[in-house]
Design a protein around this ligand. Structure first.
Ligand code: PCA
Length: 323
């Protein structure tokens, strides 16, 4: 009897351990608020994977920078502190210039071109991330980027000297070439930066302006420049990925493809609806005038040259594939 009891208890422990190995819990770090469409889409992706994995994998999303802030997520996933995360791709230009291709002004100015650029750059992006121990899963663009300002902007001289919130090297460069004073600030800190007067202008989507209720901080004007559609990407830590069985990996890939398709659709909707929301909140929503358009085109040309130099052979072949 005693032997039998011991045998049972050993068997029970073995089963417990096996079960623990079979069920993984992953943390997915998200920088943007839960109601942002990227975060909502990621939450749905995580839920679908968790439900369909048959208890083998549960992905828990942490929106609003609650696990890691936007600026920390890439490193956190690289080191496996988070098994999965979403990061604004073009903020990683210093890691690899190919990651900032989608923030080059006037390279892709419509969703169709943004998709073409994405397809042309995807193999190089996947390869670059692979070398850094990351598995690329999906990428979704923000709506077209526009200029926000506390004051009316009718000429380049209205922009000169303005304190400008930047989100990557490209927006810092635009500011420099325009005579503005840039500071890099994550989306989560936008409201505070405007309300304290640390900044008075920025370029971002109507979505991010809406999400940060930018009109409550004295920002009255939105000018639709629509010169690029920067993307968020979702990546996984390769070491964690390798621990999953082939079925679960396939499930994640399938759900990632579905999330990507849905995300692009949500972005298109936001590109129209979120501008309406800014106007409904009392903001003046319009286009930049011809003079400003010409200025930004000029800035774009200069930046294109600079980026080509930085991005070398890989950049050149991606541009060739795009065109
Ligand atoms: N919103 C993010 C990135 C691009 C966008 O539209 C931000 O402003 O940080």
């Amino acid at each position: 009897m005693k032997i039998l009891k011991t045998l049972f208890s050993i068997l029970f422990s073995v089963l417990l351990i096996a079960n623990a190995n079979a069920s993984e819990k992953w943390d997915m770090a998200l920088a943007y608020g839960a109601s942002n469409f990227h975060s909502a889409n990621a939450a749905e992706f995580a839920k679908n994977v968790s439900e369909k994995s048959g208890g083998k994998l549960t992905i828990v999303t942490h929106p609003g920078g609650s696990l890691f802030k936007g600026g920390e997520i890439f490193r956190a996933v690289r080191t496996g502190q988070a098994q999965m995360g979403e990061r604004f791709m073009s903020a990683l230009g210093k890691v690899d210039p190919i990651l900032e291709i989608d923030s080059q002004p006037f390279l892709a100015t419509s969703y169709d071109d943004a998709m073409k650029l994405y397809q042309a750059s995807k193999p190089a992006i996947i390869e670059s991330l692979n070398q850094k121990g990351l598995v690329f899963l999906y990428a979704v663009p923000w709506p077209a980027q526009g200029l926000y300002s506390k004051n009316e902007i009718n000429s380049v001289s209205d922009l000169e000297g303005l304190k400008f919130r930047a989100y990557n090297s490209a927006t810092i460069r635009i500011a420099e070439l325009t005579g503005m004073a840039p500071t890099k600030i994550e989306a989560a800190e936008i409201s505070q930066a405007f309300s304290t007067g640390a900044v008075e202008s920025m370029i971002t989507s109507p979505t991010t302006g809406k999400n940060s209720k930018i009109w409550e901080n004295g920002v009255k004007y939105f000018y639709d420049i629509a010169a690029w559609f920067p993307k968020n990407m979702v990546v996984a830590h390769r070491g964690s990925w390798n621990k999953l069985d082939a079925d679960t990996q396939l499930l994640i890939k399938r759900e990632a493809a579905a999330a990507e398709e849905k995300g692009w659709m949500l972005s298109r909707v936001g590109n129209i609806e979120d501008k309406k929301a800014l106007a409904a909140a009392g903001m003046v929503v319009g286009k930049v005038n011809a003079d400003l358009e010409k200025h930004f085109q000029k800035v774009g040309k200069k930046m294109a040259k600079e980026w080509k130099k930085k991005a070398g052979k890989t950049g050149a072949s991606v541009l060739a594939a795009y065109k």
